[in-house]
Design a protein around this ligand. Structure first.
Ligand SMILES: [Zn+2]
Length: 379
């Protein structure tokens, strides 16, 4: 690789001057290689830095043929000097997330012997997988220990150990790596092979919060936020909890119980309503004499039940309909099979009506006004 990685030595350097080694037009953008760069390319599950080169926006950085390639909106001339600036707010979040990932993976490895077997990391969220399962209590303990490591503000350093030194260092991610191996050490917590920029001490991670976990191929996937994004998550959830507490008129600590009580009351009400609807359908069946009738607030199955009762009562064909939640109407034609079919066939010619059925009952959805439906089926 021709490019000197400035992010390797100083992860907090955000501006730099470089010489353009090559600038190649490709579609709507340019692929730029520099003699040195602060831009960390997409690597090992972490998205790249973005920022500016000269006046042009850098929207992606990739390693291609062992070179760091900047995808830039502007082109340059080989040999030209150019100033670069990364979006450091985003970089800092990426570093918080990456160092947070090492803290958690290190704790899990030490305590449970499980390995981090894959991860994806962007500015806002870390998603990582472990080859083992955890109980709720164990996850809570890991999260606590990770935050404790933050409060202890332990040093984070990156170094290239000599071959001899490597034999004596116990580190994670022991893959065969070509070239020099870079280790990232979090004092007392973890040592791991890694090429990415990190914050300088665990305190700079700020906060670690697990959002969710799920079982994946016999292991566990953890969704985690760090730093500012973890705080934003807390603020949003805190506001939600306060709003629910106000809406339910219960103390914030008791909102879960409040929601359960509300759900229980709602279930009871639903049972009551179902019972009342059943009675209403029986009463309607006794009352209705017309061929066509609009009824309020009945679902399709309830309309079908009403039709059953009407046919049992007088053996005639009836059409009943009710407004549905989509603003249209649910409609059931039921009674003598031949009559039902001919009423439906006639209605299809003048109304927007979809439906089907057999044995003397057709259930339909109609898009038309109540008046037009009454007019059509009264004829
Ligand atoms: Zn790493």
């Amino acid at each position: 690789m021709k490019t000197v990685k400035l992010f390797d030595k100083d992860s907090f350097l955000s501006e730099f001057e470089a010489v353009v080694l090559s600038s190649e037009k490709s579609d709507e953008f340019y692929k730029i290689i520099l003699d040195k760069t602060c831009f960390f390319p997409e690597a090992g599950g972490q998205v790249s830095d973005i920022g500016r080169l000269g006046d042009g926006g850098v929207f992606d950085v990739q390693i291609e043929n062992d070179e760091i390639v900047h995808y830039c909106k502007s082109g340059f001339t080989a040999g030209e000097k150019v100033s670069g600036k990364i979006d450091f707010k985003r970089r800092f979040s990426l570093m918080q997330n990456h160092s947070g990932e090492h803290i958690v993976s290190g704790i899990i490895h030490k305590k449970f012997g499980f390995d981090n077997v894959g991860f994806h990391l962007n500015e806002e969220l870390v998603t990582f997988d472990f080859n083992g399962l955890f109980s709720k209590e164990q996850l809570a303990e890991i999260e606590y220990l990770a935050n404790k490591a933050i409060w202890e503000n332990r040093d984070i350093t990156a170094f290239y150990p000599a071959k001899e030194q490597l034999k004596t260092v116990n580190y994670r991610s022991k893959k065969e790596i070509d070239g020099d191996l870079r280790l990232v050490k979090i004092d007392g917590v973890d040592i791991c092979a890694c090429c990415a920029p990190h914050v300088k001490s665990t305190g700079q991670v700020g906060l670690i919060k697990f959002l969710a976990t799920e079982k994946m191929r016999g292991g566990t996937r953890i969704y985690m936020k760090c730093g500012e994004y973890a705080l934003k998550e807390f603020v949003a959830e805190h506001r939600n909890a306060a709003d629910i507490s106000n809406a339910l008129s219960v103390k914030k600590e008791e909102i879960f119980q409040g929601v359960l009580s509300l759900k229980e009351a709602l279930d009871k009400e639903k049972q009551n309503t179902a019972l009342l609807k059943k009675r209403l359908i029986s009463l309607l069946a006794e009352q209705i004499r017309e061929d066509v009738r609009f009824v309020e607030d009945l679902s399709m199955p309830q309309l079908q039940k009403l039709c059953d009762l009407l046919y049992k009562k007088d053996g005639k064909t009836h059409t009943v309909f009710s407004e549905n939640e989509n603003g249209g109407y649910s409609l059931v034609i039921s009674g003598i099979p031949d009559e039902v079919d001919s009423i439906f066939e006639k209605a299809k010619k003048s109304l927007e009506i979809k439906g089907g059925g057999r044995n003397g009952m057709i259930s339909c959805l109609v898009t038309a006004s109540k008046e037009d439906i009454l007019k059509e089926f009264s004829n």
